[in-house]
Design a protein around this ligand. Structure first.
Ligand SMILES: *[C@@H]1O[C@H](CO)[C@@H](O)[C@H](O)[C@H]1NC(C)=O
Ligand SMILES: *[C@@H]1O[C@H](CO)[C@@H](O)[C@H](O)[C@H]1NC(C)=O
Ligand SMILES: *[C@@H]1O[C@H](CO)[C@@H](O)[C@H](O)[C@H]1NC(C)=O
Length: 220
């Protein structure tokens, strides 16, 4: 198998120069190629309730070169999904009157791009990151609104291979989020590929009343 050969060859290089760092990166890359290639499709428990101390940890890495997204319903908001790998973090958060994508890469300070839209209204909303290859750009989608997060002249670091395909990253859904999340592309809730903490997999138990008062969870 092609991956296998490359993996062994790189591993041999690694042993020769004694760099564990390279090993980690190659291992992560092999993981992303090996596990991330096949889309899983919908699971048999697509909807989940998060109470603010819940989260889902996905054991499969995500690729920002393919559509990644989910739907959510909340009056409170919080983090929808995030990934973290070494010194790279990326968060997508529903806040009062906006959805924000923030990221840190290497020694760079945290940057963020927001899309102004009220989503803390107890109605279902769609959020996604969509990669457009030509010309390269990463877009934030909230319902039918779109906002450029990165392109060749603006936040280009997010379009680097390491950021788009952070194989081996820790991917969390619904961390510090209160409300319901319906799975979406690359963020599926298959029992064999997620570790869930305090998550209730069920039809959204929230009432469909209007929100009493909206306030957002602040996450930095
Ligand atoms: C998004 O959809 C809503 C309702 O379907 C519509 O009223 C609105 O004009 C649309 N916005 C854009 C930017 O297409
Ligand atoms: C990149 O995005 C910014 C902000 O939307 C825009 O002003 C700029 O024209 C874009 N650059 C390219 C090359 O598309
Ligand atoms: C969330 O649910 C878990 C398990 O049912 C419970 O232990 C925890 O206290 C709850 N947290 C909040 C903030 O309600």
């Amino acid at each position: 198998m092609k991956v296998d050969t490359l993996w062994r060859r790189r591993a041999a290089v690694n042993v020769a120069d004694g760099s564990g760092y390279l090993l980690v990166f190659v291992y992560a890359w092999v993981l992303s190629v090996g596990l991330g290639a096949e889309p899983l499709g919908p699971s048999d428990r697509p909807e989940a309730y998060f109470n603010g101390s819940s989260y889902i940890h996905l054991s499969r890495p995500i690729s920002l070169k393919q559509l990644v997204g989910l739907s959510f319903r909340t009056c409170v908001g919080g983090e929808l999904f995030s990934q973290r790998f070494e010194r790279y973090t990326l968060h997508v958060v529903a806040l009062y009157e906006q959805v924000v994508v923030s990221w840190t890469l290497g020694a760079q300070s945290t940057r963020e791009v927001g899309l102004p839209k009220e989503t803390l209204d107890n109605r279902w909303h769609w959020v996604a990151l969509r990669y457009r290859p030509n010309p390269p750009a990463l877009l934030l989608e909230v319902d039918n609104h779109t906002q450029v997060i990165a392109n060749v002249t603006w936040n280009p670091e997010l379009l680097s291979a390491g950021a788009l395909e952070a194989g081996g990253a820790v991917v969390l859904v619904g961390n510090l989020f209160s409300g319901c999340i319906h799975e979406g592309p690359q963020l599926e809730f298959h029992a064999h590929s997620v570790h869930a903490h305090n998550v209730l997999f069920a039809h959204c138990p929230l009432t469909t009343d209007e929100c009493q008062s909206t306030h957002s969870v602040q996450i930095i």
